[in-house]
Design a protein around this ligand. Structure first.
Ligand code: PD2
Ligand code: ZN
Length: 292
């Protein structure tokens, strides 16, 4: 008997395909979430024959996916519970395959979390978003946190954390932007967005000219715990990470395109206060001050 294909799943298949996703990738994602291969293939084919044909014949720039980029990765072969991050053993608490999302336990000590908050406190200001029309930062209701940026290696604790992340994900420390710290009070949130610079946006060329290439991965580190709300949400996979002090979430996006399924946001804090530190990793060496 065939498996029931819910309207939500049907919509997901249509959307992923319309945004340039290949049949093999859809099939893999469905198998990863427990579908039998033949049933998943049937569901995809039944829904998408006309859309597939459109994509195969279209050669326009709009229908072409951006090239796939090399991304940082964790040594997850053999399913280790702990990863050696040099000065610390970091726990692998959960893994999502597409997109790659890894929940990391004991990424920071509580003392390191407190030290980063204290270093950030004096320069906290209302967070901005990058206006992709002109590559300039602006205050926006989509992001109601307060925040600040550090230079890479700005103090000893930050340098230590940066070296730990570089070792953990096998990516040069020089390819990282300086750490950003955000503080969310009750009601504050960061609406779902992509961390990469969208090649279709007018401001992207200007940003990429500043050096470092695309962003290819993000590490969000939880520095303090709200008592309710404030998770990091991945709407394309229906997955939310709880903001537990000292833990982190690492995720990658190998194409600056929605097919990466890397859409994510900071859910509103309901009660208490949430502080995070975000580390964005670029394709190449990054020497400039970070951007929002
Ligand atoms: O605060 C978060 O959980 C969050 C969510 C989405 C942070 C970011 N994005 C970010 O700093 O890019
Ligand atoms: Zn983000």
């Amino acid at each position: 008997m065939g498996q029931y294909v819910s309207p939500e799943l049907q919509q997901w298949i249509r959307e992923q395909t319309a945004s340039g996703y290949k049949r093999t990738d859809l099939l893999k994602a469905m198998i990863d979430t427990g579908w039998r291969e033949n049933v998943a293939a049937e569901a995809i084919d039944a829904l998408l024959t006309p859309v597939k044909r459109r994509h195969h014949t279209a050669g326009s720039a709009a229908s072409r996916l951006p090239e796939r980029l090399k991304v940082p990765s964790l040594a997850l072969d053999g399913s280790p519970l702990y990863l050696d991050a040099g000065d610390r053993q970091v726990a692998v608490l959960g893994v999502v395959k597409h997109p790659t999302i890894v929940i990391l336990g004991d990424l920071l000590s509580h003392e390191e979390c407190d030290a980063v908050i204290e270093a950030a406190r004096p320069s906290m200001a209302r967070s901005k978003v990058l206006d992709m029309d002109n590559a300039e930062s602006k205050v926006d209701s989509a992001r109601t946190s307060n925040g600040t940026y550090f230079e890479r290696g700005q103090n000893e604790v930050l340098a230590r954390i940066e070296a730990r992340i570089a070792r953990l994900v096998s990516w040069p420390v020089e390819n990282g932007e300086g750490i950003q710290v955000l503080q969310y009070g009750p009601g504050a949130e960061y609406k779902p967005h992509y961390d990469y610079f969208d090649p279709r946006e007018p401001g992207t060329a200007t940003i990429l000219k500043r050096g470092g290439g695309q962003r290819v991965a993000t590490v969000v580190m939880y520095l303090s715990e709200p008592t309710r709300g404030g998770g990091t949400l991945f709407p394309d996979v229906g997955f939310e990470v709880g903001p537990k002090k000292g833990q982190g979430v690492f995720f990658t996006y190998d194409r600056p395109h929605p097919s990466s399924r890397s859409l994510h946001g900071g859910s509103p804090v309901v009660e208490g206060e949430k502080w995070i530190a975000t580390k964005w990793l670029r394709e190449g060496e990054f020497t400039r001050r970070p951007v929002d």
